[in-house]
Design a protein around this ligand. Structure first.
Ligand code: NDP
Length: 428
C-alpha cells in the first residue's frame, strides 16, 4: 500500500471508529472519499517545498510555508554575546526560524545561566565562553559572527574584541554611547576586514518598509511631514538603563532612536537642522542620571519636517506617520516586536478612504539574522552597517546640544539618498 493510500484509509478508519452507532451508509460514504491530492511536500535541491504554498487561499497570498532552509554546513555560525532579556527571549528563539544562520556558541559572564541555555538549545558545554575567552573564540571556526547584546556602554569594547578575533559583528542599538566610540567601532571592523551591522530591526520589518516605499514612490504626493512617538513607563530605577555610565542617556538613546532612525530610513535623506527640548521630572527617582522625555524636530533638505517624541514616563506609545499632500500612511504599534498595522488614509476618485495595507509578519530577529548571514556569505555590505549607527550617534549628540543650548543646530547638507546604507536587503 503506498503512503497516500495508507493516509486515506487511516482517515477513513478514524472517521468510522468515531461514528460508532452510525448507519452503514455513513461508513460507506467514508470509503468513497474523493481522490484529493495530498500535499506532502517535496525536497528540491536539499530544500523542503510545498507546491501549494499560497495557492489555497484567495489571491494566492504568500502565507509562508517552510523556510527555504540551508543545510547546516552552508549556514553562518553565530555566537550570542550577553544573555539578557533580548538575547534569551527574542534572539535565541529566532534561530529556530532562520534560513541561513545557526547558533553555535554563547558568550556570557554568568556560567550557570549559560549552561542552562546551552542545554536548552542542544549545544555542547564546550561552546560556552566567558568575556575573557577571546583567544579561544578566535580559534573556534564554528563562530563566524558574534551578536553583541549587552548594555550600550559595553558595545565598543566588545565589538573591537570581536573584530580583532576575526569575527563579523552584529551589534544591538544604540551602537554606542557617543559618536567617537561608534567611529572607533567602524574603523576597527574596516581594518580587520570584518562586517559590522547595527540591529535596526525596523528597517527589515515589512510594514515599515512598505511605508518607506510609499513615501519614496510619491504615492502620498509631495512629502510634508513625519511624526513619531515612542514612549513607555520605566520601572525599577536600579536597572542599567537608568545609569548614564551604562546606557549613555535616557529615553532618546534607548527608544527615541527608533523615531530618529525610522525617519531617516523612511525618507533616505539626512537632516539639515535639529531643534530639541528635554523635559525631566527631577523629583522622580528614576531620572537622577538620565533624561525622561525628549521632543525634537528635524528639517530635511526636501523641506520635510519631522516632529518626534520619546519618553520614559508615560503609557506605552508607538506610532509613526508619513504625511504627504495627497495621503497619510501611518503605522500602529510601529516599533513593537510584532503586531504592526499599516494604514493608508487618502482621497481617491473624490472619496475619502482609510485602508489597512496587509503585510506578512516574519520574525523580525530572524529576518535580521538572515540578512547579515547573506551579507557575510555573499560579501555584501549590510543595509544597516556601522556607518548607519554612527550617523544616529552624531544626530543624538546634536539633539542634546540643541536642548542644552536652546538653539537650532545646523548640520552639513548631505547629498543623495541612503548615504550611510548598504544595498536594499536581498530576498532570502
Ligand atoms: P538585559 O539587562 O536584559 O541584559 C544584558 C545582558 O548583558 C546581561 O544579562 C548580561 O549577560 C550582560 N552584561 C554584561 N555586563 C553587564 C553589566 N555590567 N550590566 C548588565 N548586564 C551585563 O538587557 P537587554 O537584553 O534588554 O538589552 C541589551 C541590548 O539590547 C541593549 O543595547 C539594548 O539597547 C538592546 N535592545 C534592543 C532591542 C531591540 O528591539 N532591538 C530591545 C531590547 C534591548 P550575561 O549574564 O550573559 O553576561
Amino acid at each position: 500500500m503506498d503512503r497516500r493510500t495508507f493516509i486515506k484509509r487511516g482517515s477513513a478508519l478514524v472517521a468510522l471508529t468515531g461514528a460508532l452507532g452510525a448507519t452503514g451508509d455513513a461508513a460507506q460514504s467514508q470509503e468513497n472519499l474523493p481522490e484529493a491530492p495530498f500535499d506532502t511536500g517535496q525536497v528540491v535541491d536539499g530544500k523542503l517545498r510545498f507546491g501549494s504554498e499560497g495557492s489555497l487561499i484567495e489571491g494566492g497570498a504568500p502565507f509562508g510555508g517552510p523556510p527555504n532552509q540551508d543545510p547546516p554546513d552552508k549556514r553562518i555560525g553565530f555566537a550570542v554575546l550577553g544573555l539578557g532579556r533580548l538575547a534569551t527571549e527574542n534572539i535565541m528563539p529566532a534561530f529556530g526560524r532562520v534560513k541561513h544562520a545557526k547558533l553555535t556558541a554563547l558568550i556570557s559572564g554568568t556560567p550557570e545561566k549559560a549552561r542552562v541555555l546551552a542545554a536548552q538549545y542542544g549545544m555542547p558545554e564546550k561552546q560556552i565562553y566567558g568575556y575573557g575567552d577571546f583567544d579561544r573564540i578566535q580559534n573556534d571556526s564554528s563562530i563566524q559572527a558574534i551578536y553583541v547584546v549587552t548594555p550600550n556602554a559595553l558595545h565598543r569594547e566588545e565589538v573591537l574584541k570581536c573584530a580583532a578575533a576575526g569575527k563579523h559583528v552584529l551589534c544591538e542599538k544604540p551602537m554606542a554611547t557617543s559618536s567617537a566610540e561608534a567611529a572607533d567601532m567602524v574603523r576597527a571592523c574596516a581594518q580587520a576586514n570584518r562586517k559590522l551591522m547595527i540591529a535596526y530591526r525596523m528597517q527589515y520589518q515589512p510594514h515599515a518598509r512598505e511605508l518607506a516605499r510609499m513615501v519614496r514612490s510619491g504615492e502620498l504626493g509631495t512629502m510634508k511631514a513625519i511624526s513619531g512617538f515612542f514612549g513607555q513607563n520605566m520601572g525599577d530605577p536600579a536597572q542599567w538603563r537608568m545609569h548614564k555610565s551604562l546606557a549613555g542617556g535616557g529615553a532618546l538613546y534607548d527608544i527615541g532612536i527608533y523615531c530618529l532612525n525610522g525617519t531617516r530610513f523612511t525618507l533616505g535623506e539626512e537632516p539639515v537642522e535639529i531643534n530639541a527640548r528635554i523635559v525631566t521630572n527631577l523629583n522622580d527617582p528614576r531620572f537622577k542620571e538620565v533624561e525622561e522625555s525628549v521632543y525634537w524636530t528635524m528639517l530635511f533638505p526636501s523641506g520635510v519636517m519631522a516632529t518626534l517624541s520619546t519618553s520614559y514616563a508615560l503609557h506605552s506609545t508607538m506610532h509613526f506617520g508619513a504625511h504627504g499632500d495627497r495621503g497619510l500612511a501611518y503605522l500602529q504599534n510601529a516599533f513593537g516586536y510584532s503586531g504592526q498595522r499599516l494604514f493608508l488614509d487618502n482621497t481617491a476618485n473624490g472619496r475619502h478612504a482609510v485602508a489597512e495595507i496587509s503585510q506578512g509578519e516574519p520574525d523580525q530577529f530572524a529576518t535580521e539574522l538572515d540578512h547579515f548571514a547573506l551579507c557575510i556569505r555573499n560579501d555584501v555590505k549590510p543595509r544597516t552597517p556601522g556607518e548607519e549607527g554612527l550617523q544616529d550617534m552624531k544626530l543624538i549628540e546634536a539633539i542634546y546640544q540643541s536642548a542644552a543650548s536652546g538653539q537650532t543646530v545646523k548640520l552639513p547638507r548631505v547629498e543623495g539618498l541612503d548615504p550611510t546604507r548598504g544595498p536594499k536587503p536581498m530576498a532570502n
